[in-house]
Design a binder for this molecule. Structure first.
Ligand code: G1P
Length: 274
């Protein structure tokens, strides 16, 4: 059973400067909700109630967001604005949040290893909040992956097909299709060039990881960009046939880029105002 979701949230968000100079990128809102709240809602929908957040310097707004704001609630009590806080209040009442800080930015693999103290010895989910995913009317992406995990009991990465000229933005997997949209992974490369990529199946920010990943990460040397890459650690599991890649149902917006962020904003605006 997957009980915990890890949110690596220590990155600088340089692509959104100056907006992210003093505001965590995870707190940028799509309409009125910060990105990380969409992520927490997706985890909750997948039956996960424990949110483990890896933060860093300048990220305290995330902790405040998932806490009660007595002063604000007192101010707006009885006014027309009161319902605006109901959704987040109901959300935080259903979850527990724990935090640890990543002191140095040494890559996604390092961020996940930093979260070990919050996870312990159990399988867990990882959600990168700047990949905003939606499956209108159906099960969320993490929910789909939890269902798969319960059947296969191994690490799982969410994937989608990307244009060949974009493979150097993603972790790329190659494998054998063993079911509808489900692959047994035999190769994984972090951000390969379009000329050298083993496929065009790109990892997007949803993972289910078995806890042996922590020992593997401890031994994983810096890879692409001099950073400790989760893709390299997963390759060790993949070589033993223990990684699946899943083409999820739904739509994903790359809110780590301004273009993707605007697309997400337009999508949700149309959805809620038409
Ligand atoms: C990270 C991972 C990459 C993955 C991507 C998904 O890259 O390293 O393998 O494809 O997230 O968003 P980043 O976007 O942090 O550079």
């Amino acid at each position: 059973m997957i009980r915990k979701c890890l949110f690596p949230a220590a990155g600088y968000g340089t692509r959104f400067l100056p907006a992210t100079k003093a505001t965590p990128k995870e707190m940028l809102p799509v309409l009125t909700k910060p990105l990380i709240q969409y992520g927490v809602e997706e985890a909750l929908e997948a039956g996960i109630h424990t949110m483990a957040i890896v933060t860093g310097r300048g990220k305290r707004a995330i902790e405040d967001h998932f806490d009660i704001s007595y002063e604000l609630e007192h101010q707006i009590k009885g006014t027309s604005k009161e319902p605006l806080l109901h959704e987040i209040r109901a959300l935080i009442d259903r979850c527990t949040f724990s935090y640890t800080r990543q002191r140095e930015m040494k890559g996604l693999g390092h961020a996940i290893l930093t979260g070990e103290t919050l996870i312990g010895e159990e399988p867990f989910a990882v959600l990168l909040a700047d990949d905003l995913c939606e499956n209108s009317g159906g099960q969320g992406v993490l929910g789909q992956m939890v269902t798969l995990y319960n059947k296969h009991r191994c690490s799982i990465v969410a994937i989608e097909k990307v244009p060949r000229h974009e493979t150097d933005k993603y972790g790329i997997v190659a494998g054998e299709e063993i079911g509808e949209g489900l692959y047994r992974v035999h190769d994984m490369v972090e951000k390969p060039s379009p000329e050298k990529t083993p496929s065009t199946l790109a990892i997007i920010g949803r993972y289910i990881l078995t806890p042996d990943i922590f020992d593997i990460l401890r031994e994983t040397p810096p890879g692409r960009g001099g950073e400790i890459q989760i893709t390299d650690a997963l390759l060790r599991q993949a070589r033993k046939g223990r990684v699946l890649a899943y083409r999820f149902q739904g739509q994903r917006f790359d809110c780590g880029s301004v273009e993707g962020f605007v697309m997400a904003t337009n999508h949700f605006y149309k959805k809620f105002h038409s």
